[in-house]
Write a protein that binds this ligand. Structure first.
Ligand code: NDP
Length: 480
C-alpha cells in the first residue's frame, strides 16, 4: 500500500507522530493509500523551514522564481497521464475529465502565475511638485494555503502558484480526502529546482493540520477554499490575529433561462453545468430557473438528456459521471433528495445510489437527479448540496427571476441565458454573484477576478488580484 509523505524542508517525510489515515478510492470504496495524520509539530517544522527559506526565495528574484515554477509545470505536464489517473483514483471523477481539465489547468495555473509575476507592476501617484508616492509590493513571508477535494490539484495550484510567484514561502494542506496528486507533485519539486523549504506540504485533517496552519503566529496570510462553515471557523481564528484572508466558499448557483435563448446551446451547456464532475464544482448551477413559456419544453428535453448520461467506471471514456468523493458525502447528497421529497418535490429522474458491477459494486455512485415542484425558500433550494442534484423552478418575469436568483445566502456564480443584450447587461449588474456567465458556463480567463459575494466568500483570486493578495502594499512618499 502506498504511503503518502509530507514535504517539509525539501524532504519527503512521515509525520512526526507516525500516525496514518486511510485514503479511499471512491469508485471501489477501498483503501488505496495511507496518508500522514500530521499535527501541530509537523506544521511547526514546515513553518520553520519556510521561514528559513524565505530570504533566499525572495533573493532569487522574479525571473529566478518564474523559472523554477515553469519547470514544475513542465514536469507535471510530462507526467500528465500519471496525474490524471491518480486524480481519478482519489476523487472518483472520470479519468478523461482529469486529463482534459484538472491536470492541464494545474499546469496552466503555474504557467500563468510564473509569467504574470514578470508583468506585475505597481502604481505611482505624483503630487505635482510636492512629492511622489510609489507602491512597493513585497511578499508577505510564510503563507498558508488550504484546499478542498473537488478539484484537488487544480485548486491547490491555483493558490500556491501565485503565493510562490509573489515571493512567499508556503505551508500548504490539500484535502485529506484527495491528497494523492499534491503528493505526486511534491515528488517533482526537487527535480524542478525548488529550494528546500519554499513549498511545504503537510497532509492530514482540517481540525489538526488546517487549524494549526490557521492559528500559527508566523503565518501571516491564509488562502482557503472550502465550505462556508469551515471558512467561518478559519475567520474566527485568523481575523483577531489580523491575518490577510482570502476565503472562497460554498455556492447555490442559479441558472436563469429566458424564452428567447438559443435553446439547443442552453440545453447542452445546462446538462454540463449541472453534472460536470458529479455536480461537485463550486460553479455548477444547482437551481435552474426557467421562464414559464418554455418550462415544459425545457423540463422534458433536459430530463431526456440527463437520463442518457452514463454513470460508470471512471476509467471508461464513455462515462459521463464517475463516483462522488466519499461515502459520507454520498449519504449527505442522498439525504437532500429525501428532504426534497419531504418538502413536496417530485424527483423526475435519478435520486438513487447506482450499484455497478464487479469491483465497482461498493463504489459511491449517484444517478444524476432532477427535482421539480419546490419553491425558492425551501431548504433544498437554499442549502448547498454539492452533488449531482438540480432543481427546476418556473418564473414569469425578469423581476421574479432576479428575486429568486438572489434569494439564497450565497453569491458565487450565476448563469444567464437570453439573446436580449440589454436584459443580459441589466441582470448581470443586479445578480448578487461574483461571476456571471452569459450564454456560456465555465469559460475561464485566468486574468479575471474570481470569487464570491455574501456567504460565498471574501476576496478575489485570479490574475493580479491574487498577486496583490499575496503581497503587502507599502506606500513610499518621497518629498521633491
Ligand atoms: P471543507 O471546508 O470541508 O474543507 C476544505 C479544506 O479545509 C480541507 O483541506 C479541509 O481538511 C480543511 N479544513 C477542515 N476543517 C478545517 C479547520 N477547522 N481549519 C482549517 N482547515 C480545515 O470543504 P470540502 O473539502 O468539503 O470542499 C467542498 C466545499 O468547498 C464546498 O462547500 C464547495 O462549494 C467549496 N468550494 C468552493 C470553491 C470556490 O472557489 N468558492 C471552489 C471549490 C469548492 P479535510 O480535508 O481534512 O477536511
Amino acid at each position: 500500500m502506498e504511503r503518502i509523505l509530507n514535504l517539509i524542508d525539501g524532504r519527503l517525510q512521515p509525520p512526526a507522530g507516525d500516525a496514518w489515515l486511510d485514503v479511499h478510492a471512491p469508485a471501489t470504496g477501498t483503501v488505496h493509500a495511507h496518508l500522514p495524520d500530521s499535527d501541530a509539530a509537523d506544521v511547526q517544522a514546515a513553518v520553520d523551514a519556510a521561514m528559513h527559506a524565505f530570504p533566499g526565495w525572495v533573493a532569487l528574484g522574479r525571473e529566478g522564481r518564474s523559472r523554477v515554477i515553469l519547470r514544475l509545470a513542465e514536469l507535471i505536464e510530462r507526467d500528465l497521464e500519471r496525474f490524471a489517473e491518480a486524480e481519478s483514483l482519489d476523487n472518483g471523477k472520470p479519468v478523461h475529465l482529469a486529463r482534459e481539465v484538472d491536470i492541464p489547468r494545474a499546469v496552466a495555473n503555474f504557467r500563468f502565475f510564473a509569467t504574470a509575476i514578470l508583468h506585475f507592476a505597481s502604481e505611482a501617484h505624483l503630487m505635482d511638485d510636492i512629492a511622489v508616492n510609489y507602491t512597493d509590493r513585497q511578499p508577505i513571508g510564510v503563507v498558508g494555503c488550504i484546499s478542498p477535494w473537488n478539484l484537488p490539484l487544480y485548486l491547490f495550484t491555483w493558490k500556491i502558484a501565485p503565493a510562490l510567484a509573489a515571493g512567499n514561502t508556503v505551508v500548504a494542506k490539500p484535502s485529506e480526502v484527495t491528497p494523492y496528486t499534491a503528493y505526486l507533485m511534491s515528488r517533482l519539486c526537487e527535480e524542478a529546482g525548488m529550494p528546500p523549504g519554499v513549498l511545504n506540504i503537510v497532509h492530514g485533517t482540517g481540525p489538526r493540520v488546517g487549524a494549526a496552519i490557521t492559528a500559527h503566529p508566523d503565518i501571516h496570510a491564509i488562502s482557503f477554499t472550502g465550505g462556508t462553515r469551515t471558512g467561518q471557523e478559519i475567520a474566527r481564528t485568523a481575523a483577531p490575529m489580523f491575518k490577510k484572508l482570502s476565503l472562497e466558499l460554498g455556492g447555490k448557483n442559479p441558472v436563469l433561462i429566458f424564452d428567447d435563448c438559443d435553446f439547443e446551446a442552453m440545453l447542452r451547456t445546462t446538462v454540463r453545468s449541472s453534472f460536470r464532475n458529479q455536480g461537485q464544482i463550486c460553479l455548477c448551477g444547482s437551481r435552474i430557473l426557467i421562464q414559464r413559456g418554455i418550462y415544459d419544453r425545457f423540463r422534458d428535453a433536459f430530463v431526456e438528456r440527463v437520463k442518457a448520461l452514463k454513470v460508470g467506471d471512471p476509467k471508461d471514456p464513455a462515462s459521463d459521471l464517475g463516483a462522488v468523493v466519499s461515502e459520507p458525502h454520498m449519504e449527505k447528497v442522498l439525504s437532500y433528495v429525501d428532504l426534497a421529497r419531504e418538502e413536496g418535490g417530485t424527483v423526475l429522474c435519478g435520486g438513487e445510489r447506482v450499484r455497478l458491477d464487479g469491483e465497482l459494486a461498493d463504489g459511491w455512485f449517484i444517478s444524476p437527479t432532477v427535482i421539480e415542484g419546490l419553491g425558492p425558500a425551501c431548504r433544498t433550494n437554499q442549502e448547498e448540496i454539492f452533488g449531482p442534484v438540480v432543481t427546476l423552478m418556473p418564473f414569469d418575469t425578469e423581476e421574479e427571476a432576479l428575486a429568486m436568483a438572489n434569494s439564497t445566502p450565497y453569491g458565487l456564480a450565476s448563469v444567464l441565458w437570453t439573446q436580449d443584450v440589454k436584459r443580459a447587461h441589466r441582470l448581470a449588474r443586479q445578480l448578487q454573484a461574483g461571476i456571471v456567465w452569459v450564454n456560456c458556463w465555465m469559460v475561464r480567463d485566468l486574468r479575471t477576478p474570481f470569487g464570491g459575494m455574501k456567504s460565498s466568500g471574501v476576496g478575489r483570486e485570479g490574475g493580479f488580484e491574487a498577486l496583490r493578495f499575496f503581497t503587502e502594499a507599502k506606500n513610499v512618499c518621497v518629498r521633491l
